[in-house]
Design a protein around this ligand. Structure first.
Ligand code: BES
Ligand code: MN
Ligand code: ZN
Length: 499
C-alpha cells in the first residue's frame, strides 16, 4: 500500500475518514464538506443518536454523494485531551475497515476540532504511521487466499493543510514503521526459516542503513569463554550466533547506550522438554532479539544522533544426544559457574554471556535487555504490561515513561537480596533456577541476570513474554507479532540520549 500526503480537499472517490470530537463536533473541513454533500453527514448523525464523538466510536455513512463511496466518521473524544497520537489509532482502525470492505483507496482527513492543541502536521504524520502499523499483515505463506480475503487497499492519502511539514514529520516515523515491520516479520517467521544463522543474515542487511554488523560464531564464542550461551545451543544442528550491531550517530567517544536481546529461535525446553500443546509459540522466543534488531533499524533509519549498540544472542534450544543435561555445570564468560537445573530456563543462560560481553567491550552508559524470559510474568501482568526490573531508578523511570508514551507499557517489579539468595547452588556459584518453593519466577530470573551486571552499569531488564505476541487485534497492533519494545527503545533514545 502506497502512502502519501495531499492537500485537504474532497477526494473524488473511495473512502474518506473524517473525525468528530465529543459532542459530535465536526471540524471546519467536515462542516464545509457536509454543505457540498447536501447535509449527508448531518442526516447520518441525526439517525445515530449513540454516536457522540467519544474516542473509539465509528459511524459509517454509505453513499454520501459527491463520488465518495463512503465516509467513516471516527470519534476523537474531548478536544482538550486530543493528542496527535490519536490519529494513529484512527488511521490504524480505518485501514483494516477499508481492507475488509474492499476499497482500493482511502483518504484520512486531518481536520482538527476547535480547541485541539495537536499540531496538524504531527497529526498527519501520526495518521500515516497508523496506516503502516494497522495495515500490517503476514500473509506470505497463505497461497490460497481468495481475492476477497486479500487486503484491497492499493493506496492511502493523508489529507492535510500542512503537506510539506507533515512529510517532514513523517520521515522519522517512517523509519520507526520500517523497524516495527522488520521485527514483526522476523518474529512471525517459523523456526525452520528463522534460525540463528538466517537471523544473523537478516541483521547483516542493516549494513545498508549504516549499521556496523559483526557476527560471532561458536568458535569465536568458545574463545571468549561463553560456556553458558554455548551450552544452550549444543543440542541443535544450527550453529549459535552472537550478533553485534553498532549505530554510531552520536559524539565520537561518547559511551553508548546498549540493548541486549534474547534470541531463542525455538525453545523446546531442551531435555527439560515443554509440553506439546502450544509449543509452536516458542518460535517467537526470539522476540527480544527481534525488538533490538527493529530498534536498531529504526534508529539508523532516522539517523539518530546517538551511539547505540545492539547485541543479540541467537540459539536454538533442542533435546538431542548432545544436548545439555540437567545438572550440567557451565562456566560463563564472567568466570562464574552455573549449575543448569532446568534446561528450559535457557534465556538467562544466553543473556548472561551476551550482557557480560557487551559491558566488557563497550562500557555502555546504560544496558537494557529484552527477553521473553518467563511464563511467570504472564501470571503477574498478563498481556497489558511487560515486567521492568532495574538497578537504577532514573533508568527505570525513563523506560516507564517511554513505554507510556508509545503504548508499550511497563510495570516495575522488585529486586532484592532475599530473592537473589534463592539462586545459590551447593555445587556451583549459582543455579539457573531458584530452589523449590521460592515462587516469584520472573524476579528470580531477573536476579540471575543481575549477577552479570557490573558495578556502575545502569541496567534494566524487560520481560516481554506476555507482550511480544498478541491474540487480540488492536488498531495499530494487529494479532500476532507485536514488535513490543521497538517503539519504546526508539523513544528512550530520542528523549534522553540524543544530541
Ligand atoms: N521462553 C520461555 C518463557 C515463555 C513462556 C515465553 C511462555 C513466552 C510464553 C522460557 O525460556 C522458559 O521456558 N521459562 C521457564 C522458566 C522455568 C523453567 C524456571 C518458564 O517460564 O516456565
Ligand atoms: Mn525455556
Ligand atoms: Zn525461552
Amino acid at each position: 500500500m502506497k502512502i502519501d500526503f495531499a492537500a485537504l480537499v474532497r477526494p473524488k472517490q473511495g473512502v474518506l475518514v473524517l473525525t468528530a470530537a465529543e459532542g459530535r463536533k465536526l471540524g471546519q473541513f467536515a462542516q464545509a464538506l457536509d454543505k457540498t454533500l447536501g447535509g449527508a453527514i448531518g442526516r447520518a448523525l441525526a439517525g445515530a443518536p449513540r454516536f457522540t464523538g467519544a474516542k473509539g466510536q465509528w459511524l459509517e455513512i454509505v453513499g454520501p454523494g459527491g463520488g465518495l463511496g463512503r465516509i467513516l466518521l471516527a470519534g476523537l473524544g474531548k478536544p482538550a485531551d486530543l493528542k496527535a497520537e490519536a490519529f494513529e489509532t484512527v488511521a490504524g482502525d480505518a485501514v483494516r475497515r477499508a481492507n475488509a470492505t474492499g476499497d482500493a483507496t482511502l483518504a484520512v482527513a486531518i481536520d482538527l476540532p476547535a480547541g485541539a492543541k495537536a499540531a496538524p502536521a504531527e497529526a498527519a504524520a501520526r495518521a500515516a504511521l497508523g496506516l503502516r502499523l494497522g495495515g500490517y499483515r503476514f500473509d506470505k505463506y497463505r497461497t490460497k487466499l481468495k481475492d476477497t480475503e486479500k487486503p484491497s487497499l492499493k493506496s492511502a492519502l493523508v489529507l492535510t493543510e500542512a503537506v510539506a511539514a507533515a512529510k517532514r514529520a513523517y520521515q522519522p516515523l517512517a523509519a520507526l514503521a520500517d523497524g516495527v515491520t522488520l521485527t514483526r516479520n522476523l518474529v512471525s517467521e517459523p523456526a525452520n526459516v528463522i534460525y540463528p544463522e538466517s537471523l544473523a543474515a537478516e541483521c547483516r542487511k542493516l549494513a545498508k542503513l549504516g549499521v556496523k554488523v559483526e557476527v560471532l560464531g561458536e568458535k569465536a564464542m568458545k574463545k571468549l569463554g561463553m560456556g553458558a550461551l554455548l551450552g544452550v545451543g549444543q543440542g541443535s544442528v544450527r550453529e549459535s550466533q552472537l550478533v553485534v550491531m553498532q549505530w554510531l550517530g552520536g559524539k565520537k567517544g561518547q559511551a553508548p547506550v546498549s540493548f541486549v536481546g534474547k534470541g531463542v529461535c525455538f525453545d523446546t525446553g531442551g531435555i527439560s522438554i515443554k509440553p506439546a500443546a502450544g509449543m509452536e509459540g516458542m518460535k517467537w522466543d526470539m522476540g527480544g532479539a527481534g525488538a533490538v534488531i527493529g530498534a536498531m533499524a529504526a534508529l539508523a533509519g532516522r539517523k539518530a544522533k546517538a551511539n547505540v549498540i545492539g547485541v543479540v544472542a541467537l540459539v536454538e534450544n533442542m533435546p538431542d544426544g548432545n544436548a545439555q543435561r540437567p545438572g550440567d555445570i557451565v562456566t560463563s564468560m564472567s568466570g562464574q559457574t552455573i549449575e543448569v537445573i532446568n534446561t528450559d530456563a535457557e534465556g538467562r543462560l544466553i543473556l548472561c554471556d551476551a550482557m557480560w560481553y557487551t559491558q566488557e567491550r563497550f562500557k555502555p552508559q546504560i544496558m537494557v535487555d529484552l527477553a521473553t524470559l518467563t511464563g511467570a510474568i504472564i501470571m503477574s501482568l498478563g498481556h497489558e504490561h511487560a515486567g521492568l526490573f532495574a538497578n537504577n531508578d532514573e533508568l527505570a523511570e525513563r523506560l516507564a515513561a517511554a513505554g507510556k508514551g508509545e503504548d508499550e507499557k511497563l510495570w516495575r517489579l522488585p529486586l532484592s537480596e532475599a530473592y537473589n539468595k534463592a539462586l545459590n547452588s551447593p555445587i556451583a556459584d549459582m543455579q539457573n533456577i531458584a530452589g523449590p518453593g521460592a515462587g516469584a519466577g520472573s524476579i528470580t530470573a531477573a536476579q540471575f541476570l543481575q549477577r552479570f551486571v557490573k558495578d556502575g552499569t545502569a541496567w534494566a531488564h524487560l520481560d516481554i513474554a506476555g507482550t511480544a505476541w498478541s491474540n487480540a487485534d488492536k488498531p495499530t497492533v494487529p494479532k500476532g507479532a507485536t514488535a513490543f519494545g521497538v517503539r519504546l527503545l526508539n523513544r528512550l533514545v530520542q528523549d534522553h540520549y540524543e544530541g
